[in-house]
Design a protein around this ligand. Sequence first.
Ligand code: AKG
Ligand code: FE2
Length: 198
Amino acid sequence: MNQAIYSKITDALVDDGYIVIENAISKNLSHLLLQDAKIESNFRRAGISNFPALHIDTNRRRDKIHWLDDDGSVRSEFLAFADGLKEYLNKTLFLVLTYYESHYAIYNTGDFYETHVDAFKNSVNRVVTTVYYLNEGWREGDGGELVIYDEHNNFLKKVPPKANTLVVFLSEKFPHEVLPAIKKRYSIAGWFRVDKVA
Ligand SMILES: O=C(O)CCC(=O)C(=O)O
Ligand SMILES: [Fe+2]
């Protein structure tokens, strides 16, 4: 059922290293995830490094996050989509992605994430990044766009965080940033990794 989108993502990762897909998975799924994120009360300040201990720097990153578990809720539906993509990438690109970690993120008004690359220092475990947006009725001026740069820090693309838009890119290759949110912004950021579950 998801073969078409899996194959589109795989081709893009090979050709360009990244892809932005609007109306990607299902409007209904992104709606249910938004409702679910809105009632989740346990969001914490996100870290920028997990070595040697969780380091929080609100000058670089201001979002709040909540990690997703395969708990039988709508979160499991999203994780099943990601798991299918993992299997597809492994099969077609001969990768050995072992697992997927993902979290809801909330950016309140004024929150941002400075330009960074998605691999914690002293580890090379994150191979492919996904970001899935949940913001219904997002309009120009609401802020919170994702800006993607190439390996040489040249501008590539500015992505509006609209509901059911999916972004996938090679984690080590593309610096990116989240511009300050004007309106409260909801998303799921996730990473396919090559190491074992912690
Ligand atoms: O939400 C986004 O657009 C990107 C978030 C991000 O870069 C991250 O959490 O590492
Ligand atoms: Fe990132």
